[in-house]
Ligand binder design. Structure first.
Ligand SMILES: [Zn+2]
Ligand SMILES: [Zn+2]
Length: 336
């Protein structure tokens, strides 16, 4: 059978020869104008209502792919996108390789992309000083501010890597500590919990209604993390006995009894744990004489002191000591 159009060549497709078929049939269509909405701050791209972090090239491919229309069925296609400089309004050449039976043909479309800038919700929040939670750091010693703050910043960046809705909006130094304003209250709580575990701190949570949105109350939460009075390395008094603190955590304190050298654990909610000497006030001294449980030590002011100890000490040893009232105690030799 011959082509109904030209009557010369053999009809192969829908009564037409290959040449006439390709002349008559268009497989694809693409709008001549398409929008590309980009956040000017973080360069996220808006797809429908959803913002995603993708490269411009990938964004264009996806938008083209979504808008391509097939006006004649085919068995498969490939996209080849040629884009030049991407600035303001720009043209993109889209080549569509279409497969139809044993036929392959390329259709070319020129699409004008309009680059539109719109701040994404995350950046709106970021630049609008948005916050959902205040993380209060309390109970720090004067010389601990930097360490605790640095550790907290580390936690925030670690969580922010997994959740880009989390950021530190601002931080304010207060007489009693630091206030950190965070954009995400669930993450703020996770961070507060981690601080509790690390420092054996107490956590208090107080929600406040900040307003209403879509008929619901919007809450802000203050998470107050209060470090306990004691630290690892301090000497504490529990029930009249002195302990060197070796570990602290959520609700527990591990210590070594200064008199007996025995390890003990305390529930921080059930015992009163009073600091006797902080780790910074523990002194070093040298043993100059020892016999059984009695020893003589010389302190850093060259004062010779008689002490009684349950631990093996030998002359020449360096020991750590602390003083309470008139008495001097030797600490068990434990790394804290
Ligand atoms: Zn023909
Ligand atoms: Zn953005």
């Amino acid at each position: 059978m011959l082509c109904v159009e030209c009557g010369k060549r053999e009809a192969k497709y829908e009564g037409l020869c290959e040449e006439c078929f390709l002349k008559k049939v268009k497989f694809t269509d693409l709008p001549q104008h398409l929008d590309l909405v980009v956040c000017p701050h973080c360069h996220s791209v808006k797809f429908g209502g959803v913002w995603e972090r993708v490269s411009m090239e990938e964004a264009i491919s996806r938008i083209v792919d979504k808008n391509i229309e097939f006006i004649h069925d085919c068995e498969g296609y490939d996209l080849d996108i040629v884009h030049g400089e991407i600035e303001g309004e720009f043209d993109v050449e889209v080549r569509v390789l279409v497969k139809y039976g044993d036929l392959e043909t390329t259709e070319t479309h020129i699409v004008k992309f309009d680059l539109k800038y719109e701040s994404c919700p995350r950046c709106n929040r970021y630049f609008g000083n948005y916050f959902e939670a205040i993380l209060q750091l309390r109970g720090m010693r004067e010389n601990e501010y930097n360490e605790v703050l640095e550790y907290t910043h580390g936690l925030i960046s670690r969580h922010a890597r997994k959740n880009e809705n989390l950021f530190l909006t601002k931080e304010v130094k207060k007489k009693e500590g630091w206030d950190l304003y965070l954009s995400d209250k669930r993450e703020a709580k996770n961070i507060a919990r981690e601080l509790v575990r690390r420092y054996g701190a107490e956590l208090k949570e107080s929600p406040q209604i900040a307003g209403r949105k879509d008929g619901k109350d919007v809450y802000r939460v203050t998470y107050s993390v209060r470090l306990p009075a004691y630290r690892i390395g301090d000497v504490v008094n529990v029930g009249g006995e002195y302990y060197l603190v070796t570990d602290v955590g959520e609700r527990y304190v591990h210590g070594v009894c200064v008199r007996s050298g025995k390890k003990k654990s305390f529930d921080s909610h059930r015992h009163s744990i009073d600091v006797v000497v902080t780790r910074d006030d523990i002194e070093e001294a040298m043993v100059i004489y020892s016999r059984n449980r009695e020893a003589q030590i010389i302190d850093r002011n060259n004062v010779i002191i008689d002490v009684v100890t349950n631990f093996d000490v030998n002359s020449g040893d360096n020991v750590r000591i602390f003083r309470v009232d008139e008495s001097v105690y030797v600490l068990p030799d434990i790394n804290t």
